[in-house]
Design a binder for this molecule. Structure first.
Ligand SMILES: [Cu+2]
Length: 164
């Protein structure tokens, strides 16, 4: 491999957001927490969300404060059902590649190899609190979900209604 190719590869790695085809989201875009007009607390557990559904308005910037009260790592991921299905597949493949057992996931791998650099998702470790701030645009069929393998199927998914 020549030096230019290596440089191009490094640039692509260091610019995941610009390189991602999912840079644009139908339901809005990430925002700095300081721009939030409302804060919503969400509890993540083994394996549930509380509250089970969320309601926001198009145009509003919501800061989600996510507390994991479970024993396992959980994700707060905004997207439609197809995006979640794709993300679950990525996480499953990563888990298999690492030879990891369900429930015994490597935190570093989960953080870096599973799409968690994307702005619409955050992985919250047990006992920890994390945040995600988003400016919403009108869209239908958006869910908040945890795509750690098996969790979505164990009903770790809720409806995110975006009012006009
Ligand atoms: Cu989960």
């Amino acid at each position: 491999m020549n030096r230019l190719l290596i440089a191009a590869g490094l640039m692509a790695l260091s610019l995941p957001l610009l390189a991602s085809p999912e840079e644009h989201y139908s339901f809005g875009h990430p925002a700095p927490a300081a721009q939030a007009t409302r804060t919503v607390q969400v509890t993540l557990g083994d394996t549930y969300f509380e509250p089970k559904s969320l309601e926001v308005k198009a145009g509003e910037t919501v800061r989600f404060v996510l507390t994991n009260k479970g024993q396992m790592a959980h994700e707060f991921n905004l997207g439609d059902a197809a995006m979640h299905a794709r993300h679950q597949k990525e996480m499953q493949e990563m888990q298999e590649m690492q030879g990891m057992q369900p429930g015994g996931m490597d935190h570093a791998a989960m953080g870096h190899g599973m799409g968690h650099d994307e702005p619409n998702t955050v992985l919250v470790q047990p006992g920890k609190t994390a945040e995600l701030t988003w400016t919403f645009a009108q869209a239908d069929g958006i869910e908040f979900a945890c795509n750690v393998p098996g969790h979505y199927q164990a009903s770790m998914v809720g409806t995110l209604k975006i009012d006009k």
